[in-house]
Design a protein around this ligand. Structure first.
Ligand SMILES: Cc1cc2nc3c(=O)[nH]c(=O)nc-3n(C[C@H](O)[C@H](O)[C@H](O)COP(=O)(O)OP(=O)(O)OC[C@H]3O[C@@H](n4cnc5c(N)ncnc54)[C@H](O)[C@@H]3O)c2cc1C
Length: 498
């Protein structure tokens, strides 16, 4: 660990790293795996896309993808991502997965200790990011095998982890509990744990005055060894959430791998923030709260919801998380009022076919059922929750503007979540359309497609994962390859100049 002391510009004891990665979810883990010296190579097997195969065949023997022209390799690729690197990595790791093919990855990973990059991964919880805080009981939207990272086959890992002798079907979804364990286990078994500083919260990321921090060579007065101190361009401040001890890193590059789920969206209505023991904005807390309720009320949780045994659970929202909340309450035989704004909620049955997502189709059917044929489930389309009163009464506004008052036991508001970029300087708006705030789906951070460098930031900042528009684990791996490739190419260029 090297200390970097730049007099007044950097606090005493700041630690220098070539790369600081903020966020220890799948994006941060994948990037750390590559920076630890694990490089991807084309196996030489043909891809069903002949043009892609022709381009891949042009890679000289023994050269990693990281050393290649990624722009050239990803030319003309089409698929379910707007980022060419996401498409390239997905096509190589899951060739033609979208048409149901189950072909082996066309990448193999070789370890090169000499290419290890000095880096640290910081994250609020254990490795796994969002997967460690989601409701462990729900199933992934993606197939289990699409959740995997290089070198550890998810289905094989799952079989070993669960003590099963048979692999789950290729078309199986995974449980969030299992995926969360897979990621923390991955960090251990891939031996990259030494690059992780978990349970740390980053509070500020600032560009540094590079006039004061330019690359220089100096002699260590104690050892007499020549030290090459590369340019420090970013300062990262935070604290250890267990000890509350603050830290500062200075680094040549900072990577935002902070995901998109840290701040649950709120309605902004009276009473929403005052009653946190029964007004809930995430599924994991809801599950615990429902368990408590069942225990307190002595409800027969195995029974069918034929007889309401307590005041209803109010579910607000029309997305998959709200559907999960309905399922969680019904599983415990609890009555439900389900409030959503649209008249007849749409459901993308093409992307989520019924045979794979029966539970979501069921809830969708219930939401659209006008004959109230589901006992103790009341759908209230075209309604808004407008006030939460302290006595657990809620005021709902219908399409005609009329207000109705309902007594409930728990209120769960599941209307999406968003990223927390408050660690950045307030004048740094990284969005593609800088007149609007970053939105992972409609206005992601503007990145260079082949280095994932944030175009609107000072040099040395990269952004990966949902912030860069890669909202699924399957696609975010391309961003990590792009960042690592850019770091390697810059380093090679510098060494050539020297
Ligand atoms: C309910 C739900 C279901 C999903 N299902 C799927 C699915 O089936 N398949 C799929 O591919 N994707 C799914 N996703 C999306 C999935 O979460 C992302 O694809 C993936 O987790 C993104 O990985 P990441 O590493 O970029 O970010 P994350 O997994 O979000 O990890 C980022 C981490 O950085 C931490 N962080 C943020 N700011 C700081 C800070 N200042 N200091 C320290 N740490 C910080 C965050 O707390 C978080 O732990 C789902 C998401 C949700 C919410």
């Amino acid at each position: 660990m090297r200390s970097y002391n730049l007099g007044a510009s950097v606090p005493e004891g700041a630690i220098y790293k070539d790369v600081v990665v903020i966020g220890n979810g799948p994006s941060g883990i994948m990037l750390s795996y590559i920076l630890a010296g694990n490089w991807p190579y084309y196996t030489g097997r043909p891809h069903p896309d002949e043009m892609l195969t022709a381009r891949l065949k042009g890679i000289p023997a023994g050269r990693s993808l990281l050393e290649e022209d990624l722009n050239f390799l990803s030319q003309g690729l089409e698929g379910r991502s707007n980022n060419p690197m996401s498409l390239l990595s997905d096509m190589l790791m899951h060739p033609y997965a979208d048409v149901g093919l189950d072909l082996p990855s066309l990448l193999e990973w070789r370890h090169h200790p000499e290419h290890q990059v000095d880096h640290i991964v910081l994250g609020k919880g254990p490795p796994g990011g969002a997967w460690q805080v989601m409701d462990a009981n729900i199933l992934t939207i993606s197939l289990g095998s699409w959740m995997q990272l290089p070198g550890v086959d998810y289905r094989l890992w799952e079989a070993v982890d669960s003590g099963s002798e048979v692999l789950s079907s290729r078309n199986c979804r995974a449980s969030v509990r299992s995926v969360a364990r897979y990621y923390s286990d991955y960090v251990k078994t891939r031996r990259i744990g030494r690059f992780f500083r978990n349970k740390t919260v980053v509070t500020a990321v600032r560009p540094m005055d590079t006039a004061l921090t330019q690359c220089r060579n100096s002699i260590d007065p104690e050892t007499g060894v020549q030290i090459h101190q590369p340019e420090a361009r970013w300062q990262v401040e935070g604290y250890d959430s267990t000890t509350h001890i603050p830290f500062t890193y200075v680094c040549n590059r900072v990577v935002l791998a902070t995901g998109a789920n840290d701040i649950p969206n709120r309605l902004g209505i009276p009473g929403e923030l005052d009653n946190t023991d029964y007004v809930i904005h995430d599924l994991a807390t809801l599950e615990k709260c429902l368990d408590r309720l069942v225990e307190e009320e002595g409800i027969d949780r195995e029974g069918s919801p034929c007889e309401a045994q307590c005041d209803p659970i109010l579910v607000v929202g029309a997305g998959l998380s709200a559907a999960d909340a309905v399922i969680a309450a019904r599983f415990r035989s609890l009555p439900i009022i389900h409030v959503f704004r649209s008249k007849s909620p749409q459901f993308n049955g093409r992307q989520l076919p019924e045979e794979m997502y029966p539970e979501y189709h069921k809830v969708h059917q219930m939401m659209n059922d006008r004959s109230a044929s589901y006992p103790h489930y009341t759908a209230m389309p075209e309604h808004n929750l407008v006030e939460i009163c302290p006595d657990k009464k809620v005021r709902l506004q219908g399409p005609d503007g009329k207000i109705s008052v309902h007594q409930v036991s728990v209120i769960t508001i599941l209307i999406g979540s968003r990223q927390d970029l408050s660690i950045l300087p307030s004048n740094l708006n990284l969005a593609s359309d800088p007149t609007r705030p970053v939105d992972c789906r409609s206005n992601p951070v503007l990145v260079d497609p082949f280095s994932y460098a944030a175009v609107r930031a000072p040099a040395g900042m990269h952004v990966v994962g949902p912030l860069a528009g890669d909202n699924f684990v399957r696609f975010l791996q391309g961003g990590a390859i792009a960042v690592a490739s850019n770091i390697h190419k810059d380093k090679s260029k510098r060494e050539t100049v020297l």
